[in-house]
Write a protein that binds this ligand. Structure first.
Ligand code: UDP
Length: 237
């Protein structure tokens, strides 16, 4: 086993990671393959917790643009993240992991409420904790929830799974000589408005010295490789 570089990380997965090849919803195969990636990651990092987005089901801002009340739409978006967390929990447990879902909007029949000290204890015991319902507040995103929970859980890093293998100087699909950054500073990400995570999430990580590791979550084995210090990623610090 490779010596861990990280003892505890928070993994942020957008809802889209659960869609697979579909345009909407939850694809069981995509969820199962994510669960395998997460389990493999544990060989390199004993403490794992997750924040799952909800964009594969419902996004508050997009719904508000079509006429929904923004705060109500955001609550619907937060409920979507609970469905995703429960789907991922099921897949992880099928593969033998012990998990807990903690929801920022109390939902006693399907999850624990978010209780920081209890979540810390679960992680200490080797359970994978899935944080659902974002921050519990409208007008936020699950990126900000990820930064917040990473700080609260004392994580060494926030791993942001995307569909590209890091942060580029330009869109690599459009610009042939776009260059991938190995490392970037928080201030460069904020001043150049690089679309990594929203600005409040980046600022929260900066203020709490939590590096953001941007990596491709769609490439099998990559999360474990990056945790082992070998994979391709961009580190914002
Ligand atoms: N949301 C919210 N407060 C939060 C986190 C999320 O209101 O703290 C709502 C918001 O409407 C958002 C939706 O939940 O659009 C789904 O989250 P997000 O868009 O961050 O999911 P992702 O893009 O990561 O799939």
């Amino acid at each position: 086993m490779t010596r861990p570089r990280f003892n505890r990380i928070l993994l942020k997965l957008s809802g889209e990671a659960l869609m697979g090849q579909n345009q909407f919803g939850i694809d069981p195969e995509a969820v199962e393959s994510l669960a395998r990636e997460i389990i493999a990651a544990r060989d390199h990092c004993p403490g794992l917790c997750l924040v799952v987005g909800g964009g594969n089901i419902f996004r508050g801002m997009a719904a508000a643009a079509k006429g929904f009340d923004r705060a109500s739409a955001d609550y619907m978006g937060m409920l979507a993240t609970v469905m995703n967390a429960i789907a991922l929990q099921g897949a992880l447990e099928k593969l033998g992991a012990e998990t807990r879902v903690q929801s920022a909007i109390p939902m006693a029949s399907v999850s624990e409420p978010y209780i920081r000290r209890r979540a810390l204890r679960h992680i200490d015991k080797g359970r994978i904790v899935l944080f659902a319902a974002g921050t519990g507040n409208p007008y936020f995103t699950t990126d900000t929830a990820a930064a917040l929970r990473a700080a609260e859980m004392g994580c060494d890093a926030l791993f942001k799974g995307t569909s590209v293998d890091g942060i580029y100087s330009a869109d690599p699909k459009k610009v042939a000589d776009a260059k991938r950054y190995e490392t970037l500073t928080f201030s460069k990400v904020l001043s150049d408005d690089l679309k990594v995570m929203d600005a409040s999430a980046v600022a929260l990580c900066r203020d709490n010295n939590i590096p953001i590791v941007v990596f491709n979550v769609r490439q099998p084995g990559n999360l474990a490789e990056v945790l082992a210090g070998r994979g391709v990623a961009t580190i914002v610090q």
